[in-house]
Write a protein that binds this ligand. Structure first.
Ligand code: C2O
Length: 463
């Protein structure tokens, strides 16, 4: 059994990261046609030749067929997000472990994970990835947010908050419903994810941390370069761990992965294994991490204090329904932007069990920072002064990818759904709630400037 350990818990003198660095250096020396090379591994996530920062003129590339089957496969805004990245990490970890062994290292090497949700110091980039800041350090990369690489604070508590995702008991949702879920929308193969909303875990901390580490132009901020950064793999090991934490939570209701056959068996994804042999994997092959041969050193509930407050009502059987939407699109930029959503609550209905705010069809011409959303901030106030009205953080990881037209989609943009049930309930109790209209404010996280974001529609759903 390989044990994936917290990078923060590694004892001084522990050699896990030393061997990771040695293997990374070795994999970087291999040509991109080699499936066990660093660049081939990153290309599995996404490859765009015109934007490959490491492209060399005249170098040999895998055949068109091979590229079509094995590259640009990452699954986003989809219920395949979690299982696909688990498969990806599993094959990668085995390749690295074999390399470590070949280089004379231990034979039980496992990928460490970066748990950034354990307080402010845990949000700093682990030192081995930035010191020494030189090409001799295989874990160092200049293409990151400058504060991140300087060992300074660069992500805030909202980037790493696990409250939203661990509070969600629904695994998957119908993308047309206006609802949300832990793992994402029911989709077919979904690379750029322009059709559906992200699952809660994919939005925060996954997307928000990609945005924070990548900053304005760093590699972690784009699909086609993210996996070239050695920290990518520790970030995803943590996301994979949080999936396991969620599944093991004991909070009255037990969380379960979906039993839907379309998820378990519907799509087969191609990879190369440690022996450079093609393999096919489906979600059903990765539901058990024990069966894959690894474990995490910690899958305990990180928010036990919240457990008591989260008595889960059973999930309503009715589908959410649209009760209001903005009539026109809105542009978000460096200032706080406010929109008013006119609401027509269903006549004589009981209070909704759940309330969802949908932010639909976000597009931009280049990268944008995360945005914070607030509800019903008084007209002349600065939303940032009202943390009690905070509704959620919108990560913009994948924004460009979902904005550009491709063979598979028209570039209809990124979608996020925020479960605002608790906030709306509190507003209603405090008479800060007007059932006929909702004011929504958007404030950039301030991590970097970036391009304006066009939001197609803001809508409200009651369930
Ligand atoms: Cu496919 Cu974190 O990205």
């Amino acid at each position: 059994m390989r044990v994936r350990k917290s990078v923060w818990g590694l004892a001084s003198g522990d050699e896990t990261l030393y061997w990771y660095g040695r293997a990374v250096a070795e994999m970087r020396r291999r040509p991109i046609v080699d499936p066990t090379s660093w660049r081939f591994q990153a290309a599995i996530h996404e490859y765009v030749r015109a934007w490959d920062p490491l492209a060399e003129d005249g170098e040999e590339l895998p055949s068109e067929d091979e590229q079509a089957r094995y590259w640009t496969q990452c699954q986003h805004a989809s219920w395949y997000f979690l299982p696909w990245h688990r498969m990806y990490l599993h094959q990668f970890e085995r390749i690295v472990a074999a390399e470590v062994k070949k280089l004379g290292g231990p034979d039980d090497w496992a990928l460490p994970y970066w748990n950034y949700s354990a307080g402010a110091p845990s949000r700093l980039l682990p030192a081995a990835f930035r010191v020494p800041a030189s090409a001799d350090n295989p874990l160092y990369l200049p293409d990151r947010d400058p504060a991140c690489n300087a060992g300074e604070p660069f992500a805030d508590a909202r980037d790493v908050d696990l409250g939203d995702c661990l509070d969600e008991t629904v695994f998957e949702h119908d993308p047309a419903s206006g609802g949300s879920s832990f793992a994402g929308a029911i989709t077919a193969f979904s690379h750029a994810g322009a059709f559906a909303a992200h699952g809660v875990l994919e939005r925060v901390p996954h997307g928000s941390m990609h945005g924070a580490v990548g900053g304005e132009s760093g590699w972690m901020g784009s699909f086609h370069t993210a996996a070239l950064d050695p920290i990518f793999w520790l970030h995803h090991a943590n996301i994979d761990r949080v999936w396991e934490v969620w599944r093991r939570l004991e909070r009255g209701a037990t969380n379960e992965n979906t039993a839907d056959d379309r998820w378990l068996e519907g799509v087969s994804f191609g990879f190369f294994d440690v022996d450079r042999m093609p393999v096919e994997m489906r979600a059903k092959d990765v539901v058990s991490i024990e069966a894959l041969g690894y474990a995490y050193d910690d899958t305990s509930d990180p928010l036990p204090a919240l457990a008591a407050a989260m008595k889960k009502a059973p999930v309503p059987k009715v589908a959410p329904r649209l009760v209001g939407a903005t009539p026109a699109s809105t542009v978000l930029d460096a200032r706080a932007t406010r929109v008013v959503v006119p609401v027509q609550p269903p006549a004589a209905a009981a209070a909704p069990r759940r309330v969802f705010l949908n932010i639909e069809n976000m597009t931009a011409s280049s990268r944008a920072p995360s945005y914070d959303v607030y509800l019903n901030v008084p007209e002349s106030d600065d939303p940032a002064k009202h943390p009690e009205l905070f509704a959620g953080r919108l990560s913009m990881f994948g924004l460009m990818e979902a904005s550009r037209a491709s063979a598979q989609h028209a570039g209809s943009g990124l979608n996020h759904v925020l479960d605002v049930t608790r906030l709306v309930r509190r507003l209603a109790n405090e008479s800060g709630w007007d059932p006929s209209k909702l004011r929504v404010s958007f404030v950039p996280s301030g991590q970097f400037g970036g391009a304006p974001v066009t939001v197609g529609r803001v809508s409200l759903y009651y369930q």
